[in-house]
Design a protein around this ligand. Sequence first.
Ligand code: GDD
Ligand code: MN
Length: 401
Amino acid sequence: MGKGLRFLGGLDERLIWENDNLASGRNVTALAPCFSGSMPNNNASIIIPTYNERENIPELLERIHRSMGPLGHPFEIVIVDDDSPDETWKVASQQPDGDRVRVIRRQDEKGLATAVLTGIQAANYDIVVVMDADLQHPPEKIPELVSRVQNGADIAIGSRFAEHGALEGFSHLRRLLSKGADLLARTLFREIRSIKDPESGFFAFKKNVIAHANLSPVGYKILLEILIQGDYTTVSEVGYTFDKRENGVSKFGVKNAVDYLHHTWSLFLRSGEFHRFWKFVAVGAVGAILNLAVLYALTELGVFYLVSGVIAIEAGLLSNFFLNRSWTFRDRGTSGLRYALTALYRDHAVRFVGIVINLFILWLLTSIFGLYYLTSQLIGIGVSMVWNYGGNQWWTWESGI
Ligand code: GDD
Ligand code: MN
């Protein structure tokens, strides 16, 4: 049993209460106890968050036992229930053949992602599997997820969008929301670019991936949090079909959509990407000052001002390039002449298009929409700056070119 949990006397032994210690401070220190002292092993703890899922519990547990049993490895099931009115916690703790099942009933906190964290803290084994209780995540796929991790992957994701994957159980509206959410995350976080289903709720990972991570998810997307804050090198995806729900209802609602925006924003701040953007802006400001200084100095020395202007622009671009290389994007490991030249060419291409965008907006807003030309230019600068940042982030400083 994980540190910080205590048995509830009287009722079934398998039912455990969460105490204050577990409910607070979800960070490195809070997670630390589950790493110290435990022997490394290749066994799995299956974490299942539940809220009003009593009808699904018997079939869920039966199918997990049927798929995991034949493998012969020890495993455990940790159900984290948020004090469901339908008493899922009670039903779960009273299942036959439930000696591998532990139930945590949280009474002081709600939410899917934090329920999963509570489960991870209580997990006894080194491989953690996370899945839903409603059978939309097929238990028959657990062995494959676990074996991918046992065979070297740090994280294995049950994926609706990988080969052999499918998404049947979402309405048109939910599908659209899900696509929008995915696009937002992909724009903000480079790390998930090659992952097909980073918002999946069905995945397995080595517990040490999050040993030093500061996790603070809000809402549903615990995997996204792990992918961005965790420490890992290999991710593997296993296609599966996300089917329709047979019993009970989805808990997804407007609040979860708002939580998602809140969560991605907080991740953006915590992951350092927000910081990077402001470094880029500061470097741009230095470039602009240098541009003006060179323009002034050369023109005063007698150079025709348009010629000074061209040299000034190039000086600004080079200053941006070198400062971004050694500061803003230093983590991209941009050593070597070939890399530097490729990045230099890419940066120029991006910024050239940026200038065209800037001029186009200046013309559009002034001549077509009748805005004051300085206002138009301010907007033009803003838009081209976002463009330049996007180009630098996604192309110029791409590692491994
Ligand atoms: N403890 C707890 N607390 N569990 C919760 C809560 C909560 O506040 N809200 C939901 N759950 C449990 C449900 O009982 C279910 O077992 C699981 O979390 C998923 O909830 P659903 O409401 O069925 O989610 P969904 O089907 O719409 O979406 C799920 O699948 C997607 C695809 O993998 C989620 O896992 C999504 O995050 C995921 O993208
Ligand atoms: Mn579901």
